[in-house]
Ligand binder design. Sequence first.
Ligand SMILES: C[S@@+](CC[C@H](N)C(=O)[O-])C[C@H]1O[C@@H](n2cnc3c(N)ncnc32)[C@H](O)[C@@H]1O
Length: 460
Amino acid sequence: MTQIHKARNKNSPGQTGTDESAATSRNLEQILKEVDSKFTFEKRDDLAKLVNWSSTKDAPLHRWIRYREAYSPSLIDALGLDGRILDPFCGCGSMLIGAAARGRLSTGIDLNPLATFAARVKSSPLSKREIRDIKSFNKSLPQVLPIDVELWLPEFSVAHKMFEPVILHTLLRIRSAVATCSMSERARDFLHLCWIAILEEVGNYYKEGNGIKYRNVQRRPGKYVAKEDGVWQRKRFGEDQEAFVLNAFVRHLGVMLADTDLWHPNWCEPEIIRGSSLNMPSLTESKFDSIVFSPPYANRFDYFESMKVELWFGGFVKEKTDLQELRKSSLRSHLSSDLARDQEEFETLEQLIELMDRSASSWRMGVPNLLRGYFSDIVEVLRHCRDKLDSGACYVVVGNSAFGGMIVPSDTLTAEAGLRAGFREADIWVTRHLTVAPQQRASLAGLEGFMRESVVVLRP
Ligand SMILES: C[S@@+](CC[C@H](N)C(=O)[O-])C[C@H]1O[C@@H](n2cnc3c(N)ncnc32)[C@H](O)[C@@H]1O
């Protein structure tokens, strides 16, 4: 095993800062190479576009709601997935829709109620009659809208900042018309998904990075400056804000309706379960032929933060504690998860943590503990996957990350986790290289090659 030098100490006698960081970087490279040497790597550039959302975001059905974390259903063919498919982190259902369209049985699990709602609406064919009802609802807008509705805001502290008053009023009028129309519940869900999907477009916010940003400020080097009130709104929403919302809704509903043609007679409706894959919920199918998933990456991004507007306004979260509960139950990929849960020890991870820069904010914020929790959760999920896998393989799409001058090789650590969970073979298919964040570039110079997005292939 590699001899590990102790953690960087800015004041260690006899070593200059530069000598010291060069030594750390050599140690880091040594550890990364050593763990890489345990596995077989294959270059799979052909999968690069399929492991993220870029190739699917404008595709029929998938375009119904923006879910930046999604991957492509074409992975089914590219990975040669067999038989019954399980995606235990199914998000908005990319894999489930891909399977359904190919007439294949699939099951999806996700913790986020908005994601499973969207996955269900996208993958549950409506009857001709229901589609007709929705079409005529769309045609009758805005006449069917109530003139006035009571102002409603969900109980989160910044809810009032999310929409201009006229926009919020129009949204609430549409929501009320949807709730009271005489259609089936499934048809109303279809309309509700359309309503949720346009919130960002008509809102004063947009999703970026690890959260949301406001449209009324502009980024300047090192700061944000306020845009002129009244001017930015006119530029963004035009003179008639009510018409802006109605157009967005009618247009998006038109897109959704056009895509319903894809629900063909051999469509195989998936089973979708809202729950945590850490305690595998009970599923109709006891065994699967292929398991595929992309867990949240170990990058501190909290999906519940970036989706909070849709979660609150969409009615999936009613109280602060609901959101806290979701954050706590999620995989330990962000600092609001339950970091106090049990941890398993990973020697390689401990060696890497030893090399982290103690003065980095990620160290102070508790990233080492987060990483320990993250890979413990991955082992737990993989144990369930091993148990559910009949034949075939389990494919895990993961991205490496970097904190405090250290690279987290999530692909090799996931491969190690797979072996610990009872799989007998683990290979790594590298799909593409990831960029290093600007603040990490200097300390990771020469090690960029370890920043990879890969598919870890685990075989029983
Ligand atoms: C990278 S996304 C997967 C996106 C999905 N492949 C798609 O195409 O839409 C990771 C998902 O893991 C979910 N998640 C986080 N913790 C979870 C848990 N404990 N159990 C199940 N799902 C979880 C998140 O809600 C998120 O939807």
